[in-house]
Design a protein around this ligand. Structure first.
Ligand code: BGC
Length: 839
């Protein structure tokens, strides 16, 4: 790549070339113009790992803990290091741009992508995101803040109009973007799918041009979310530089025509092109060649960092009688549906093929010096577990063969166009490219051999974006080709899982054939749904059993066990892009299992995994509870480090866990109704609501215990004289001493909240998080810590009449919290009321 003279290049480009630059050419690349040495750019998701250019059968990648897990660390330094590794992972995949982080807001526990965003609070989310992006961009890779803005639910995500007051838009939803940009102006921003107050964001001039570019003085590249461009002229005029993905729907000849007819002035198109060329120059030092090969890093130091992140994200929610940490010398019974699967990330575009995973069971087994037993406890899969890893090919390799044809199985003459060997019996084919495939309609036969170890009735399940038939020894067991029913998998584009069953004998080998036809062969009405290319498939199986049998077995084993730990929770099936959760409960049977095991053995430790809050009707029965999110590659090791006390827990919740879904402030206004969702709770999102109405959640925002104790003392606040103009804002510096008063080393997170005065005639939250820091202390060690907040940011609210932030004069309370109940209080004064706009 050579550096471009941007203005000269704009002069030299033909209209057709300019237009071509403003849209992707495929899922992950922009257009190259060889004549003028303009290279293509490659981009890849983010946000919890860099997948590379292939969803299907791609090169494995590092999987980072999901964003709520990283949010729970409250660790800006860690996020910076994580960002650096993300940058290196991106370079390994030949990608110039990482499509992340996601910094939308968890209005509701139900958001299908809640796991992808750091926090319910803009200060925590924006600060962590800024440090994360700094790490990415220090490596020369462009970071992308997404989804700008108010894409806080999945239901009808492209069609929904988010109706939000300007005050809530500024104070809650734009704030994380604003704060992240202050720490690290990212090279890219991705617009949200939805409308905000009547206009889709990808064509919303107020949001893209007036706020982002003019008010915040940001000069990067704005791209649409995938298939989230809906117009030609409006989107170009509003400031949307790049339509993604390609092939273009709205640019191409439509845009050329709009410019020729002067519907879009050419200088406006030039502005869009300028931002694209500037980005090419920005990433030029990377020296990534066109069509760069994709590699795997997977270095020991990366594994260590991911393990540290996984452990530092685990929240100790409860620990009565110091039940934790566990003893490595006592035997252990491991129970539960999440024990032997690694729930390493949520579903959708954040998901990827990891280098490896460590399940919680593996993590515990690697630590214990004593006997370890396992009991399933309950099945909590939504769809039957993938059968692929249990199959063998005809030549006895694990997995199955995957044979691609242009013609259907019924055709007398079929030509094989591709043959692969796969392990996972699921695939999303949107970026599977094979030049021998003639059209979007093609067929794949998958074949493997299954030898069950137990006799019984087996259930088989088939989910498709397309059509699928599953045959065992040539007998049709599942037919998902007719009367198809809409389901939620594959971004909400797939059928429900259709099932069939068959009795199988132990140790007998059966031939399993799965015949798949791509998306156009489906009879589903896909109106309103963007079908991503050729579709996808999934087939699974499990031996039939009742939940009662599994629970009873676990209860019996737990009764006499030395130590018991339950691993339960959600997986990428339950929390996924394209689909919001229907309720806040754990999967069917789980609560019953946990409660009955706790009855049988009250010293059972419960470890939950989910990206967002869940209900816990058995909470009063449990003495020890960990919340472990989706922890990435090293998920199981990170959990085991905490369980056995090799790492002292320090994480704090980045989202409130309400007792019931109904307690959540968005309860009455979450899903799209007739095309709109009212952000009726206004600025009272998460803890701001629970505080205001004095409704204690089950576990509040910021909650998290430790195996040690800390004390906090000597809070002092220092201010400097106010300046007449509010350019950078004056610092308010809080200093205090923090001491580890327990017997084990540990990290403490200190939070600084500001309590606004009640003189403004507008309601304000009881307290707002404005700063935080993390400090590591050995037993008896004491350190002085400092938290600096900016006076104008720490005191302002958005005045809709003036369309400005206002920092009102008055006395502001300061509250400093950390682990345990102890609170420190102070106050500072704002001398004069001042108004401001800008970053
Ligand atoms: C998601 C984006 C993602 C893009 C590309 C979309 O469905 O909303 O976050 O970057 O796909 O995978």
């Amino acid at each position: 790549m050579t550096r471009l003279d941007v203005e000269k290049t704009i002069e030299e480009l033909t209209l057709g070339e300019k237009v071509a630059l403003t849209a992707g050419v495929d899922f992950w690349h922009t257009a190259a113009i060889d004549r003028l040495n303009i290279p293509a750019l490659r981009m890849s998701d983010g946000p919890n790992g860099v997948r590379g250019t292939r969803f299907f059968n791609g090169i494995p990648a590092a999987c980072f803990p999901c964003a709520t897990a990283l949010g729970a660390t409250w660790d800006t330094q860690l996020l910076h290091e994580i960002g650096q590794l993300m940058g290196e992972e991106s370079i390994a995949k030949g990608a110039h741009i990482v499509l992340g982080p996601t910094i939308n807001i968890q209005r509701s526990p139900l958001g299908g992508r809640g796991f992808e965003s750091f926090a319910e609070d803009g200060v925590l989310s924006g600060t962590l995101a800024g440090n994360f992006c700094k790490g990415i961009q220090e490596k020369g890779v462009a970071a992308t803040l997404k989804h700008f803005v108010c894409n806080d639910q999945e239901h009808e995500r492209m069609a929904v109009n988010s109706i939000v007051t300007m005050r809530a838009l500024r104070e809650i939803y734009l704030l994380p973007f604003q704060l992240a940009m202050r720490i690290c102006p990212t090279a890219c921003v991705m617009t949200a799918y939805n409308k905000v107050n009547g206009t889709h964001v990808s064509e919303n001039k107020q949001i893209i041009t007036d706020i982002l570019r003019k008010e915040w003085k940001w000069d990067g590249l704005v791209m649409s979310d995938w298939f989230g461009t809906y117009t030609t002229s409006d989107a170009i005029e509003a400031g949307l530089d790049l339509e993604m993905p390609g092939k273009t729907r709205w640019r191409g000849s439509a845009l050329a025509h709009a410019v020729s007819s002067n519907k879009v002035p050419e200088f406006v198109l030039d502005d869009r092109v300028r931002n694209i060329l500037n980005l090419i120059n920005w990433v030029e030092p990377l020296g990534i060649p066109g069509g760069a090969p994709e590699k795997a890093l997977n270095r020991p130091q990366d594994q260590a960092l991911l393990r540290r992140a996984a452990a530092e994200s685990v929240v100790l929610m409860k620990n009565e009688d110091n039940l934790l940490p566990l003893s490595k010398d006592k035997s252990i019974l491991v129970i539960g549906p999440n024990a032997k699967i690694a729930a390493y990330c949520g579903g959708g575009s954040a998901s990827l093929d990891p280098y490896y995973t460590v399940s919680p069971y593996d993590g515990v087994a690697a630590k214990t010096n004593a006997d370890i037993q396992f009991s399933q406890g309950v099945y909590s899969h939504k769809e039957l577990p993938l059968i692929g890893p249990l199959l063998k090919t005809a030549d006895d390799k694990p997995g199955f063969t995957f044979r691609v044809y242009n013609e259907p199985p019924s055709s007398p003459s079929r030509t094989l166009v591709d043959e692969l060997h796969l392990l996972r019996s699921t695939g999303f084919l949107m970026d599977y490219i094979n030049p021998k495939i003639n059209s979007l309609t093609y067929y794949i036969d998958m074949e493997g051999y299954f030898t069950p170890s137990e006799s019984g009735i087996y259930d088989f399940g088939v989910t498709v974006v397309g059509t699928g038939r599953l045959l065992i020894d040539d007998e049709l067991v599942v037919d998902n080709t007719k009367n198809q029913r809409q389901g939620s998998a594959f971004f909400g584009t797939a059928t429900v899982e259709e099932r069939g069953s068959k009795h199988l004998n132990a140790n007998q080998t059966y031939k399993v054939v799965f015949e798949f036809g791509t998306a156009p062969t489906s009879d589903l009405d896909t109106r309103g749904i963007v079908v991503f290319g050729p579709g996808g498939f999934r087939f699974g199986a499990a031996r039939q059993t009742t939940q009662e049998d599994l629970i009873s077995a676990a209860v019996t084993q737990a009764r006499t066990a030395d130590q018991v730990v339950i691993f339960a929770g959600l997986t990428s099936e339950w929390e996924t892009e394209g689909h919001d959760r229907e309720h806040m409960d754990l999967p069917p049977g789980t609560d019953d299992m946990i409660s009955r095991v706790l009855d049988a053995n009250p010293n059972t430790v419960v470890v939950l995994q989910s990206g967002t809050p869940v209900t816990m009707p058995w909470i009063h029965q449990t003495k020890a509870l960990l919340h472990a999110w989706f922890g990435g590659n090293e998920c199981g090791n990170g959990i085991a480090d905490i369980l056995y006390g090799d790492v002292n827990p320090s994480a704090k919740l980045p989202v409130s866990f309400p007792v019931r879904l109904q307690d959540n402030p968005s309860y009455l206004n979450f899903r799209s109704e007739r095309g709109r969702v009212l952000y009726g709770e206004d600025i009272y999102v998460g803890y701001k609501y629970y505080d205001k109405i004095n409704l204690p959640p089950l576990f509040p925002f910021g909650h998290g215990l430790s195996y040690t104790t800390f004390s906090r003392a000597n809070l002092s606040l220092t201010t400097v004289p106010e300046q007449p103009t509010l350019h950078d804002g004056e610092p308010v510096t809080a200093t205090l001493t923090v001491k580890n008063t327990g017997s084990v080393p540990g990290a403490e997170i200190i939070q600084l909240w500001v309590l606004p005065p009640s003189v403004t005639g507008v309601t304000r939250p009881v307290r707002e998080l404005k700063g935080f820091t993390k400090v590591f202390l050995n037993p008896d060690e004491e350190k002085q810590v400092e938290i600096v907040v900016e006076k104008k940011l720490a005191t302002s609210w958005w005045d809709e009449q003036r369309e400005k932030w206002v920092s009102e004069k008055g006395e502001y309370g300061v509250l400093v919290t950390g682990t345990g109940e102890e609170e420190l209080r102070g106050q500072f004064t704002v001398e004069r009321t001042r108004y401001w706009v800008g970053l």
